[in-house]
Write a protein that binds this ligand. Structure first.
Ligand code: DAH
Length: 337
């Protein structure tokens, strides 16, 4: 029996070594160590042994079992490692292949400037209004105290579609529309951004450009409110050291009217110390006729209004010197913002 056990051990180890996969290994295990396997068969015949032999053979049988189990475990580990290695080989990714870059979009500098403007006014509690780009002559001009033969209509070269319909020349008609949307004499605090259109095209004028309109109406609104508001806004936008100047001007929809200039410390002429002023927006106290024409009572409420070009502000904010850059959509230009 000792011989049988030793033979079993040799055979089992050979079989295990020869196993090419987990299935063959499992078969070998069952064949030698299983309930109906070879080792069990040998152990069954132990009953024929003498009492002296039995423990010796028993111990040997245990050693054989342990040895074969160890060989099987080692083989199992080897097969597992082999399978992993095969997977690693078959699933390799060529990391030296250059990546395909996704092209990222950018916020257009005009949109970026508009967002800055909106942020500043929304912080002061302004709502954001919209109006149509194809507008009635009535809202674009007449409701804003610019009747048909008013000479100030020449200030804005308009694209007419019919004698009564045009592409709006400014965002000011949204003032009239907003006033009419409200209960007469109720307070308003709004801005209205959007596209405007004029018959003009060169390095500093585009037939399509963008404005932001502003309107505040309430009881007792004064010119000081206009000044304070615009000062907060312009310092918000251009920095707290920005200098601001109001210059008397004329707009048919405001009285008095003003143009606002700004100056940066860095732009001051060194020699004379004279600031380099840049015109940035138009504004004024809402003309009583505008309030009246749109259902408000100028005896009860007053207001201020302002209008600015977004292109001009974006040019100053980002140091752009040719307006046409905004519309050519050259990625090399847009990418910088
Ligand atoms: N609408 C004017 C323009 O396009 C700008 C403007 C000036 C708007 C004064 C206003 C204002 O609301 O009060 O030139």
């Amino acid at each position: 029996m000792e011989k049988d056990l030793n033979e079993l051990k040799v055979q089992a180890e050979e079989k295990v070594h020869a196993a090419g996969d987990e299935k063959a290994l499992q078969d070998a295990k069952v064949f030698f160590l299983g309930k109906k396997g070879k080792l069990t068969a040998i152990l069954r015949s132990m009953k024929d042994l003498s009492a002296a032999e039995r423990p010796v053979i028993g111990a040997l049988a245990n050693t054989v079992r342990t040895d074969v189990e160890a060989v099987i475990a080692a083989k199992a580990a080897e097969l597992k490692a082999k399978r992993l290695e095969e997977r690693i080989q078959s699933e390799t990714v060529d990391i030296t292949l250059p990546a395909r870059h996704q092209k990222e979009g950018h916020i257009h500098p005009l949109d970026k400037a508009l967002r800055e403007i909106m942020k500043s006014f929304m912080r002061m509690g302004y709502s954001v209004e919209e109006g149509p780009e194809i507008e009635q002559d009535y809202y674009n001009f007449e409701c804003l105290n610019l009747p048909k033969d008013h000479p100030a209509r020449d200030m804005q070269d308009s694209f007419y579609i019919t004698p009564e319909i045009l592409l709006r020349t400014h965002t000011s008609p949204v003032q009239a529309r907003t006033l009419r949307k409200h209960e007469p004499n109720s307070p308003i605090r709004m801005i209205a951004p959007g596209k405007v259109f004029r018959w003009d095209n060169d390095a500093t004028h585009s037939p399509v450009f963008h404005q932001v309109e502003g309107l505040v109406v309430d009881k007792g609104i004064k010119f000081a409110d206009l000044k304070g508001t615009l000062e907060i806004f312009l310092k918000d936008l251009f920095g707290s050291d920005t200098k601001i100047r109001f210059r008397a001007s004329y707009f048919p929809f405001t009285e008095p009217s003003a143009e606002v200039d700004i100056s940066f410390a860095a732009r001051t002429h060194d020699e004379g110390g004279d600031p380099d002023w840049l015109e940035i927006l138009g504004c004024g106290m809402v003309h009583p006729m505008v309030l009246k024409l749109n259902g408000y009572d100028p005896e009860k409420v007053s207001g201020f209004a302002f209008g600015m070009g977004i292109e001009r502000i974006a040019m100053l904010l980002y140091g752009i010197d040719d307006l046409r850059n905004f519309y050519e959509n050259d990625v090399r230009f847009l990418k910088q913002f």
